[in-house]
Design a protein around this ligand. Sequence first.
Ligand SMILES: [Zn+2]
Length: 259
Amino acid sequence: MIRQISQRLDGDDWSLIDLILKQYGLPTNDQCSNNKGDYIVNMIETGSDDILLDQGLIEKPRFEKLTMKESDIRQPDKLAKYLELNIRDAEKLFSDAPRNVIACPGCEAEGDEVTFKKNGFGFVVCSKCSSLFQSPRPLKKVFEKFYMTSESSDYWATEFFPPVAEVRREKIFRPRVEQIQSLLKLNESYAGTIIDVEAGHGIFLEEWAKCFPQNKCLALEPGKKLATICRRRVSRFWRRFQRRHRSGEDEAMLSFASK
Ligand SMILES: [Zn+2]
């Protein structure tokens, strides 16, 4: 589009070019280059995004650009404390736990070696699909104990998350709802069931319910304190991992990592 306008105006007088640029609400400059094509492109690119959007010179981005600093969503002192508690919990709850080597959860490939270790946990990069996953993996019951009793889980629920909850709503959860809505081409009459796995405080589902009031929102949250907070926000709620749910065609199950 910009190239077309540039070519269209290239043969006109300078005064006429400036007049047309002004009509579009675009800037002009008396001290620019002698090349009309370069000048026109430069003035169009200098115009504000709102004007360029209004005039159809640029397309609206599919997703809004978000500006966010890590400190907006993770207060540095609380993050340091949380990581310290993580290390302590890993030592206390997992150091003697039996572990099983698992296949890639993405493509079920087997046989890849541990790529790196963190806090005593091995991580593998799948040689077939490049998924990163944790293996050898402790048994499920140890993870359940971790969620139910660990200091770091409690700290996350009650100290780490609350001060940044509303920023995360604006910067993470609401855009995430919009992205899913756009990717799945859902309109507000969509009336399926959505399940948020590890729903945390339930803010994602709260935002989801604003867009899709006819949806049934289900939260699956294994953490004891998070579960107590989440229960207030979500229409149906599960805490235990073991509970099974039969998926219907109209259901979507979502899980995001956003520590
Ligand atoms: Zn794989």
